[in-house]
Design a binder for this molecule. Structure first.
Ligand SMILES: [Zn+2]
Length: 247
């Protein structure tokens, strides 16, 4: 939970990030680590982000499943990412707690929850990519595509062409789908997926194996993309590009 208190607006803009709801998806923890490391760093972009945004991060939604070495379920055998609609305080306590926090923020008129990103790892796809929601409102739908497009410019391993927007019934209980229906029309909810094994660079035939460092770099690139997003929307001053490269 990184909470900083210098705000030029009365309304706090909040980015909420969760990871490791599926305990076998270890890469999601490295991506989340990269986000956190960047946000608390001395990088000039990190400082601007801290001055303008509140980042709330729940780095491990399924700690008991991780402890037990489960692939997908919690201690009680639940896939927590199918229980967002009605989490029980005893059967899905971490999910229940995080959802209460998100709803409290949503109901607080001084807080605008602008992004929700849930980090996963994918066992068959390559690269990093996102899932987003489909909305009837065309403008909202288009606005939702902006963040992944900007991330694609910053992260060589992130694929916009693998990014998709859907409303399959099978994904109805996921954080991204549930919060996309709950939060207001200025908020964007995504699932961020990263491959368990490798990524393809543009034009290259050979896949590059992911390393822990490459996962953390994706996290750093996710974090700095928020500055591009808020500059594009004129909420932070300065030219959109180029921003100093993260290493
Ligand atoms: Zn997952």
């Amino acid at each position: 939970d990184l909470h900083f208190s210098v705000f030029p607006w009365a309304e706090q803009k909040v980015v909420f990030i969760t990871a490791r709801v599926h305990p076998g998806e270890t890469p999601s923890s490295f991506v989340c680590q990269g986000i956190i490391d960047f946000l608390v760093s001395h990088h000039p972009i990190a400082k601007v982000l801290r001055d303008h945004l509140v980042f709330k991060i729940a780095p491990m939604l399924n700690p008991d499943g991780v402890y037990l070495g489960n692939y997908r379920c919690s201690l009680m055998g639940f896939d927590l990412n199918r229980h967002w609609a009605n989490p029980s305080p005893w059967a899905h306590p971490t999910l229940h707690g995080v959802k209460e926090l998100i709803i409290d923020m949503y109901n607080n008129p001084k807080i605008n929850l602008e992004f929700y990103i849930d980090i996963h790892a994918h066992s068959t796809m390559m690269n990093g990519f996102m899932y987003g929601n489909i909305f009837e409102d065309e403008e909202r739908f288009q606005r939702q595509a902006v963040f992944p497009k900007l991330l694609c410019q910053n992260a060589e391993d992130f694929s916009y062409s693998s990014t998709s927007f859907n409303r399959d019934a099978v994904k109805a209980g996921t954080g991204r789908r549930f919060l996309g229906g709950l939060l207001n029309d200025t908020s964007s909810c995504y699932t961020l997926e990263v491959s368990f094994y490798s990524y393809l660079l543009g034009g290259a035939a050979a896949a590059v194996p992911y390393t822990e460092e490459a996962y953390m770099k994706l996290g750093r690139n996710v974090a700095r993309t928020f500055l591009d997003y808020y500059r594009l929307n004129s909420l932070v001053e300065g030219p959109l590009a180029p921003t100093p490269k993260t290493r």
